[in-house]
Design a protein around this ligand. Structure first.
Ligand code: HEM
Length: 126
């Protein structure tokens, strides 16, 4: 399979991941079943985003130090997203995790679109 197919799968999975995060977040807040179902689907997308991201990283390694930054902020974004949903599910305070998730996700999208492979809107910044 060509590498670009992994990039498309990667982007599709993190877009779905963000949508499912929002559905699970609202579902848990309102205490209905959609939270649990969306959380399960979120975890599946998390694995796909991680797997395709890791594959891209290994294939494109040598592309520059920012690839290390990309996988670090990407992984942290996934971890903070999962921890936000787990805290919400248990009715524990989740605002710090949620704030971290938002900031890390924005940073990941920025670094992703600054790196050379695929679309590179922000490449003049790095
Ligand atoms: C919330 C999670 C994530 C988001 C929002 C995200 C976002 C992005 C974006 C916007 C791109 C650029 C797509 C393009 O150029 O068309 C990208 C590419 C990439 N991502 Fe992710 N990503 C996430 C998770 C991960 C993880 C966990 C890893 C590594 C394990 C990873 C590794 C990569 C690599 C290596 C690329 C290729 C960079 C390039 O275009 O040169 N990503 N990602």
């Amino acid at each position: 399979m060509p590498l670009i197919a992994f990039l498309h799968t990667h982007v599709t999975s993190w877009v779905l991941l963000l949508i499912l995060f929002a559905v699970a977040y609202v579902g848990y807040k309102n205490g209905n079943k959609s939270g649990k179902i969306a959380h399960m689907a979120f975890r599946l997308m998390l694995l796909i985003a991680f797997g395709t991201g890791l594959y891209l990283y290994l294939q494109l390694n040598g592309g520059g130090a920012f690839y290390h930054v990309k996988i670090t902020v990407g992984l942290l974004a996934l971890i903070f997203g999962e921890m936000t949903l787990v805290k919400l599910k248990k009715n524990k305070p989740s605002n710090v995790m949620f704030g971290g998730f938002v900031i890390l996700t924005l940073a990941t999208i920025f670094v992703g679109y600054a790196l050379p492979y695929g679309l590179s809107f922000f490449n003049s910044f790095i």
